[in-house]
Each structure stands twice: as C-alpha cells, then as structure tokens.
Design a protein around this ligand. Sequence first.
Ligand code: GLU
Length: 458
Amino acid sequence: MIDTSKTVVRFAPSPTGFLHIGNLRPALFNWLFALQNGGEFILRLDDTDTERSKAEYAQAIERDLSWIGIDAHRKARQSDRIASYDAAAARLREAGLLYACYETPDEIERRRKRLMARGLPPVYDRAALRLNEADKAALEAEGRKPHWRFLLPNFDGDPFATRRTQVHFTDLIRGEQTVDLASMSDPVLIRADGSYLYTLPSVVDDADMGVSHVIRGGDHITNTGVQTALFKALGVDIPDFGHHNLLQDASGAGLSKRIGSFSLASLRDEGFEAMAVASLAALTGSSRSVTACASMSELADRFDMTGASRSDARFDAIELQSLNERLLHEMPYGLATERLKAIDADLGEPFWLAVRPNLEKFSDVEEWARIVRGDFEPIAQDQEDETFLSRAKELLPPQPWSDTVWQDWTTDLKSSTGRKGRALFMPLRMALTGQQHGPELAALLPLIGWEETVRRLP
Ligand code: GLU
C-alpha cells in the first residue's frame, strides 16, 4: 500500500540530451521540496522515445545530479514499465477513450495548414472516429499502422460537438489555473510504431508510484489539463501540481539555445562549485535574493517554492562567478580538506585561510600550493630592487619567528631603506611568490618559512 500522507515527488527528464542549468531547475524544485517535507524523490527517466533516448545521456544525468548533490531515493525508467502502460491503454480502449487514427504526418500537417489559413485553431477534427471496422481493415491492408489518440472529455454526447470544458486546479506556485480542453486536439498517446509518447506513461507512473506532487516547468500547464483528464479516466488519484517559471539567459533568450555553455558538465569542467550552480538555478526568479548557499540543507532553508514569480527568470552568468567566489572565500577548512588532499594541495588550515580570498575557482589553490612550496619561475627585478632585496635578506628576523614576523621585518626595512608602500612590498611579493598579486604576505611568510625565504632572496 502506498502511504498517501507522504510527500513523493519525481524529476522526470528524457535522456535525449545533457542536463543544463535550465532543466536543473525542476530537479532542484522537487529535491528541495522533498527535503523540506521529509519526502521521497524519484528520478524517473522518460525514455519511451527509443530513437532519441541514449544510455550515454541517462548516465550523464545521474552523474550530473550526483555532482549537484541530488541523490534519488528511488529510480525508475519508463522503458521497464511498458506492460503497465499497455494495461492502462487497454482500459482506455475498452472505455472507448483511445481510438485508432490512420492519417500520415503529411496529411495531418496539410489539414493543420488548411485550418490555419482559414483563421481556425488547428485542432484535430476526430475524423478517425467516423471510421468503421471495414474502413480500418482497408487502411491496414494498405500497410497503414494506427496511432492512438485519447478522446478528451470535452463534449456531452456527440464528440463532434465540443463544448467549453475547463479543468481547474490550484497550482502550488501560480495559484488558481484553468485549462480549456475544448481548444485542444485529442493527444496522441501511442505512435504508429507502437511506442508511447510521454503523456500516458507519466500519468500511469505518477499513480503507481504514489507521486503526491508534480512539480515541473510552466511549459507543461496544458499537459496538466490533459493529464488530469487521464487520471480521471483511469480512476486514480490526481496529484497536486506546481509549475515553475523557466530560466532565461540575461538577454532573455531561452536557455536551450545555449545549452552547451550552460550544461552541468561544462560548468563542472570549468570548475564552478556545485552549490553555486544549485543556488543560482533554484533561487533565480523568486522573492528571495540569490545568495550562495554552502549546502543543500541551507538552500532548502532559503528556498520558498510558493514565492517563485510567474514571469520568466533571468539568469545571469556573471552572478554565477560571484556566487562561486563567495562560496570559496567563506569555505571552512573542514569542507575543503578532502578536496585539497585530492589535488595534493593540503598545506594545512592557515594556508587555506590565507589563500581562499584569492580564489576564483577551487583549482586556483593548486598554484598557491606550488608557490608556497617554491615551485615557480622567479621574476627578474631591476638592480635597485635587487639591492633592496639583499638588504631585506639581512634584516629577515632569525628563527623562531613570532606571530608578528612580517610586521617586524617590514618595519625594520622601512626605516632602514626609506621605502614604503608599493616600493617596499612589490619587490618582496615578486621575490617570494613570483606574482604581482596574491594573498596577504603576512599570512604567506610563515607558510613559506625562514629557509625558503632566505633562498628566494638574492
Ligand atoms: N519528460 C518530461 C519532460 O522532460 C517530464 C515532464 C514532467 O515532469 O511531467 O519535460
């Protein structure tokens, strides 16, 4: 028995491409909603389109979600559940709600164009309902295979006299919504090759898996009208629905056009923190300002699904960079340790605290570890600076160093050479790090140590 008091959500991508920041949004909305309600999250692969679905994409989806920190409680794939869809289709057929159509794609397209040319909505006219058994047998003898449409409940007795049929639902995000079934074509549920389109399998799965809340993009509102009719036709419980706004890039273009640059795989390869990507994908276009949340539980505390606005959410790539830096600049050593070890850059907590304010990407830390270890190309300095650096070497405080070694050293150098500001610090920075910019030298000097400092000065 399914416990219906429980929150059960699902993220249902079709494995026909890679996840990008736009379709991460429904994944996160479901995941965060499940976290907030102690619910269950199902990853369901909508892979009934066998031509376009690829194992490579299915694997990539799982890898990308796990990088983000989404770890499904249950997994399912539609290609394993065809028998359940066949059973549901048989029930619809018996009830006279699923009917065979024989028009070719070309014929459908010609009819559509004719209607549009006359200024009429391109709605399928249910011509196939007029076919009798002999007509169908003749068409099949010609080699035609039927595709199957669901007879929408938008008429009283005569299916050719449709009437306004409003489906009302209270959207978790948008409030009261209405979809009129009269203005739609009967949806094709089964293709001529026998494969299922997503519409029916999704309803069967949501019912069988006890899905309590269907949270998905605003482009599915019409589907919700159709699917509500299917839930009713099958006599199963109807879940609650929530439709979030879609992400657009800063220019207002839909993200799908630039998928490559915002695919999760490419963001990961570019070194963005998963939580920077997740914070942006979940919080953009809501009443909450976009802040960098360091963990999923922090993001779940901040996330308010009902506060998502209805208009499209503009996503700004520049913001991703600044969220990323904020996460790195505040990342505690405990959270960084394993990752530092993995790239052989764990030089202890003082090192991490010294360099983290200078990181744009986590991997930048490798360079600073190399620099502290002395593995860098020295920069040639002019004669005057070389003389200054020799003097610095003479004045370097002996070991053991106190906590104020940098201040003591530079104060002495200042009074001994008369240099101050940039003229004092830049030659030291270049000699000690081979760089013109970087973390506070006061913090780096003790990490470099007396011996190495002496070695780096002329
Ligand atoms: N496979 C559908 C899609 O990716 C799922 C929509 C839904 O969540 O019902 O758009």
